[in-house]
Design a protein around this ligand. Structure first.
Ligand code: ADP
Ligand code: MG
Ligand code: MG
Length: 320
């Protein structure tokens, strides 16, 4: 039984650079890297899954489609945050977010009529979930009540992947490790090589270089998710048009925030969020960005161990 090594692997997955670091004995750490990368690949495959496409294809018909228990869980959590954020976070925002994705490639905002048209096909209240008991087995089903509705799981998929990695690593008795999904969502377990919490730099969204940091956050047995208007955007007529869309207006959210970082315990002992704290942090960062500082903070009231780092559009940290 050898001593502790620090094993590290970097890979392009989920459209980002994923970096996994594991501190354990040689065999454990290599297995943990392999398992972690496998979780990322699997989460990505599930994301473009046929089940979601089948639900979308049946949108507006009133027909139910079967989905996996895991997908059912995920959509349930998304619905919970949609309720709590009054629709600022909406997993059915796909039609709108795709419109703005096209706008980014053209570097021009879509015409107002197109935005209004897309908005019609968005609305978490029109996503229904149910379980059915059938010959002693539970079936999980979903339907979209309006035609043309589309899912966008981009705002929770990385957090979801971190939950899978944490679960896998904890079962393998890994205690000290880091999973960094392109700095957008990060899991920090235990301590780093110095025996201290992992140190995560918070980028200045108005910085000249990506290495321009506003602060450094310690992360120990916690998950961190960020949403910023500097990740995907274009400039048009002196304005920044970014990828965090307020479903209620159809336009990029303008609340004076440039970046939101939410830090939560990596897991909790019980309750609906057990096993899902990564997904929760990811959804909350997006929801808070869209809601703005004041309304956003209220969302955190139920999560007393949460930490929040807000940066305004001048690149200044709020509330210090
Ligand atoms: P990342 O940090 O990986 O960019 P975020 O958590 O910041 O991810 O969320 C961005 C993703 O969320 C994109 O896929 C975007 O299309 C989607 N999105 C944008 N606005 C909303 C919204 N109001 N509700 C749900 N998803 C959204
Ligand atoms: Mg993010
Ligand atoms: Mg998010």
């Amino acid at each position: 039984c050898g001593g502790t090594v620090t094993a590290e692997e970097t890979k392009l997955v989920m459209g980002t650079v994923a970096r996994l670091v594991v501190r354990a004995d040689e065999i454990t750490s290599q297995a943990a890297l392999r398992d972690g990368m496998a979780v990322l690949a699997q989460t990505e495959r599930d994301a473009d899954g046929e089940a979601l496409a089948a639900v979308e294809a049946a949108a507006g018909t009133g027909e139910w489609r079967e989905i996996s228990p895991a997908l059912y869980d995920t959509l349930n959590l998304a619905q919970e945050i949609a309720h709590r954020s009054d629709g600022a976070f909406d997993v059915t925002a796909g039609t709108l977010t795709q419109l703005w994705e096209r706008a980014r490639t053209e570097k021009m905002p879509p015409p107002a009529e197109a935005v209004m048209e897309a908005r019609v096909h968005v609305g978490y209240e029109a996503l229904e979930l149910r379980t059915m008991e059938e010959t002693g087995q539970t079936k999980y089903e979903a339907r979209l009540m309006k035609a043309g509705m589309k899912f966008d799981r981009g705002a929770l998929i990385k957090g979801l992947a971190l939950d899978g990695i944490r679960n896998s690593w904890q079962s393998a008795d890994v205690t000290d490790a880091l999973a960094d999904l392109g700095t957008s969502s990060i899991l920090g377990m235990g301590v780093n090589e110095e025996g201290a919490p992992w140190q995560i730099g918070i980028r200045n969204p108005r910085g000249v270089e990506r290495s321009d940091l506003l602060s450094v956050v310690p992360l120990s047995n916690e998950v961190l998710s960020s949403s910023g208007d500097d990740e995907r955007f274009f400039m048009y007529e002196g304005r920044r048009w970014h990828h965090l869309i307020d479903p209620r207006t159809g336009y990029p959210a303008q609340t004076g925030l440039a970046s939101v970082t939410v830090v939560l315990p990596m897991d909790v002992e019980e309750g609906a969020w057990q096993g899902h704290m990564g997904a929760l942090s990811d959804m909350l960062s997006t929801a808070i960005f869209v809601l703005g500082a004041e309304e956003g903070k209220k969302l955190l009231a139920d999560f007393p161990d949460a930490r929040l780092i807000l940066i305004d559009t001048d690149g200044k940290r709020i509330g210090e």
